[in-house]
Write a protein that binds this ligand. Structure first.
Ligand code: M6R
Length: 600
């Protein structure tokens, strides 16, 4: 979703900003822009489309040591050059970039900005006009900035330039992520550390409703009442090579291939000195005390939660409910007496999940976040965090984070069971090692996955995924993967549910991808396949060794049955990847989508 960068120092800012924006491309955007200030004034360059197009219109002759930049994912107003950020106040004194949604922008317009002519359809323009108005009324810029910010309702990460002071970037944040990066003789602003890793690995976290005055020598954090806040920087432990594609044509393929390695990293990260799986005692205590667990997540992370529920219920014997975050806030179920909330989020920044976290913390409940990003908002604001150790995931389609989520949930369930004295009839460490090997075999079989994609998905307009028990949940994830990157209408169903309505959509040659990895439902899912074949469907059965029959299109290496989702999802990821390639889709940056969904 939208991304912000800013630079103030001695170098020309244009290239630093553009490169920073390129690092934020993965979040998803539809237009981009930069504003840089030199002796002559502030120069704004913005364009609909990709950063490459923006590069084409930037005036190379402008050399400016201060600037801000933005990638926009439209919320208020269509994707267009006019709605792209930066936006300027009427007199052109102030220039702003903003992420988030200003919920009361219409009220602010009515109450404070009557008669002001707006150039764009964005909520953002209200902020910059408001600041100019308050300054015109006589307040100094910093005070006017704080006053304007205090009038905003909603989410925002903001960077502002003042044409009359080319030594300062004004920054503010509420609910949307924003960091300030520190350098020698320069400082930067970025939505995430990856964007500015090119110049620094030292960052200062910002809290909600803080403003920051950034000059090239200083960073001053203040509360909205002007009180100064001291905060030490931290080192962003990101390896720049982790965020490069290397020899891969797409991040998605690289990230699919990284899954065996991620499995092995997770096993190591969660082992103690005796090589036993271990989880921090506070987390175990919270798990033990809970009479019911509520898993809250969105998209792929929600699908991981559905599988995680099975791990926790089967092994640790704690009842679990899994909820889509965007529904939970508005439709909260009756809670148990001692609930524990588990938030699953690759990015740790998803606004829908964060809204629930804020709500349950207000109610006084404990929360655990399972995330890939240390220091992310969901991690900071929860009581406990378990990290995924998957390394940065750049492709919009989540792959390695999903299997990492499953592995961490499995470890959490198994260690909790152990702590409760519930004996499991298997040892999870060797079982996860077998999973890692199976993943490797599947990743090496790309040619076959490409064949399947060509055979079943080259020209189809829709596709169904069916499964029973755990396979149903993996089917949901397979369908999400396929639709988000190939734009094929794809849906996942419980095998037994198709005949209750959706079967009407089965026509001659409709592809139906069926998963058969669970012994106790093997015969039933095969019966469901027969039902769709009788109506003309083209079945593609993916089974697990030991359960296979001659009709199966692909047989997965055998792993522990409950861990099958970690393995059966890999062909689905690869098939989606090749289907998207065949259809000439932008695999890493699917249309209309964002990596980090930071608005509710
Ligand atoms: O960062 P999160 O895990 O909270 O993101 C949740 C969803 O937006 C995300 O999983 C989305 O569904 C993926 N793009 C799917 O591949």
């Amino acid at each position: 979703m939208c991304g912000i960068v800013g630079y103030i120092g001695n170098k020309d800012s244009k290239e630093i900003l553009l490169r920073g924006l390129e690092k934020l491309e993965y979040r998803g955007y539809d237009s981009a822009g930069i504003a840089v200030a030199d002796e002559q004034g502030i120069h704004v360059f913005k364009e609909k489309g990709r950063i490459a197009e923006l590069r084409g219109i930037v005036d190379e002759s402008v050399i400016a040591p201060i600037g801000i930049g933005h990638t926009r994912w439209a919320t208020h107003g269509a994707p267009s050059q006019v709605n792209a950020h930066p936006h300027q106040s009427t007199k052109g004194r102030f220039t702003i970039v903003h992420n988030g949604v200003i919920e009361n922008y219409a009220i602010l317009k009515r109450d404070y900005l009557q008669g002001v002519e707006f150039k764009s359809d964005t909520d953002t323009e209200v902020i910059v006009q408001l600041i100019e108005k308050i300054v015109n009324e006589g307040l100094a810029v910093e005070a006017a900035f704080r006053k304007a910010i205090s009038l905003l309702h909603g989410s925002y990460a903001i960077a502002l330039l003042d044409e009359q002071d080319k030594n300062t970037i004004y920054v503010a944040k509420n609910k949307s992520p924003l960091l300030v990066g520190l350098g020698t003789d320069f400082n930067v602003v970025a939505s995430d550390a990856m964007a500015m890793l090119q110049v620094t690995d030292q960052y200062v976290e910002l809290m909600d409703k803080e403003v920051v005055i950034v000059t090239k020598e200083d960073v001053t954090i203040k509360k909205l009442d002007g009180q100064v806040v001291e905060r030490a920087p931290y080192t962003a432990e990101l390896d720049a090579s982790d965020i490069e594609k290397g020899t891969y044509p797409h991040y998605m393929l690289k990230e699919i291939d990284e899954q065996p390695l991620v499995m092995r990293k997770i096993i190591q990260a969660y082992q103690n000195e005796q090589n036993e799986l271990a989880i921090h005692k506070d987390v175990l205590e919270a798990m033990n005390e809970a009479d019911r667990i509520y898993i809250i997540a969105c998209g792929t992370s929600y699908h991981a939660g559905l599988v995680g529920k099975q791990f926790i219920e089967k092994w640790a014997k704690i009842p679990v409910e899994v909820h889509v975050a965007s529904e939970f806030s508005y439709n909260m179920p009756l809670l148990s007496k001692k609930p524990l909330f588990i938030f699953i989020s690759q990015s740790g920044e998803t606004a829908d999940s964060r809204a629930v976290l804020v709500q349950v913390k207000e109610l006084g409940y404990k929360a655990l976040t399972i995330t890939n990003v240390p220091g992310s908002t969901l991690s900071r604001e929860a009581d406990y965090t378990l990290l995924l150790h998957a390394g940065p995931e750049i492709a919009v389609a989540s792959t390695k984070a999903y299997t990492a989520q499953l592995a961490v949930l499995a470890i959490l369930a198994a260690v909790t069971a152990e702590a409760k004295g519930i004996g499991l009839e298997f040892d999870l460490v060797p079982e996860l090692a077998i999973v890692a090997n199976a993943m490797e075999i599947l990743c090496d079989d790309k040619e076959e996955m490409e064949n399947i994609a060509r055979e079943f998905l080259a020209t189809t307009r829709n596709c169904f995924f069916i499964g029973r028990s755990l396979d149903f949940y993996v089917g949901l994830e397979g369908a999400l993967k396929l639709k988000e990157i190939s734009y094929i209408q794809a849906e996942g169903f419980a095998g037994g549910e198709l005949k209750h309505g959706t079967m009407a959509l089965i026509e001659n040659n409709t592809p139906v991808i069926a998963l058969a990895t669970q012994g106790h439902v093997n015969l039933s899912i095969r019966g469901n396949v027969k039902e769709v074949v009788a109506r003309g469907a083209s079945p593609c059965i993916i089974s697990m060794k030991g359960l296979e029959t001659e009709e199966d299109r692909y047989v997965l290496p055998e792993v522990h049955e409950t861990l099958a989702p970690l393995v059966s999802v890999i062909p689905l990821q690869l098939i989606s990847y090749y289907a998207a390639l065949h259809r000439d889709c932008d695999v890493d940056k699917p249309r209309n989508l964002a990596k980090s969904v930071t608005v509710e």
